[in-house]
Ligand binder design. Structure first.
Ligand code: TMP
Length: 209
């Protein structure tokens, strides 16, 4: 799989950190309208796997395998073709989520996730990853306010999300050049402004003037 020059931006964080609602604001900054997509999901197969992953009880390794199966389909049929055509891609979660949730949260060995990542997308990684960092208690309060039925992940307890958050931060620390860690406790306008500044620094030619 070849990397391409169009930016591939990913948005990560624990459930309730507020990343999904900021993606549209980031997309509006680009000259070429980006492809906005999500994981698990983004393809007909991926969306079916998403339903299963979010609602069907399963073992942690099964969960990890299905996440990467959906990811491979998404990469080959949606993400890489868009990038090759010169279209930026904004993706709500990618492989960092597997390290954070299946290694951090579910406590699978990191080596298992590394092997799946190497198999699924050797030599390919996001151009830049925005990590929406938020205290699990604040994220839980946001989920409570949103109401609605909770999925398998959203029903997890604070200790699970503390491990997910720690795994995200550890990965961001190891790959500091790829990650931008955002304080997600701020207002949406403040977060949008920081994202705009970072994009202007990193991808000026792709943005509207
Ligand atoms: P979303 O609610 O942000 O769309 O994500 C769905 C859930 O899937 C979320 O709770 C995180 C989880 N997830 C993983 O556990 N591993 C992964 O690799 C991905 C992409 C998501």
């Amino acid at each position: 799989m070849n990397a391409s020059t169009a930016p591939f931006l990913t948005f990560e964080g624990i459930d309730g950190a507020g990343k999904s609602s900021r993606i549209a604001a980031a997309a509006a900054l680009f000259r070429t309208p980006p492809l906005i997509t999500r994981e698990p999901g983004g393809t007909p197969l991926g969306e079916r796997l998403r339903e299963v992953l979010l609602h069907q009880p399963m073992r942690p390794m099964t969960e990890a395998l299905l996440m990467f199966a959906a990811r491979r389909e998404h990469l080959e049929t949606v993400i890489l073709p868009a990038l090759a055509a010169g279209r930026p891609v904004l993706c709500d979660r990618f492989s960092d989520a597997s390290f954070a949730y299946q290694h951090g949260g579910r406590e699978l060995p990191a080596a298992a996730l590394e092997a799946l990542e190497a198999l699924t997308h050797p030599d390919f990684a996001p151009s830049l990853t925005f990590l929406f960092d938020l205290d699990p208690a604040a994220a839980a309060a946001r989920l409570n306010n949103m109401g609605g039925e909770r999925d398998r992940f959203e029903r997890e307890q604070a200790d699970f999300f503390a491990r997910v958050r720690a795994a995200y931060l550890a990965r961001a620390g190891r790959e500091a050049a790829r990650f931008a860690v955002l304080d997600a406790a701020r207002t949406p306008a403040d977060i949008d402004a920081e994202i705009a500044t970072l994009l202007q620094q990193r991808f000026p030619t792709w943005l509207k003037t």
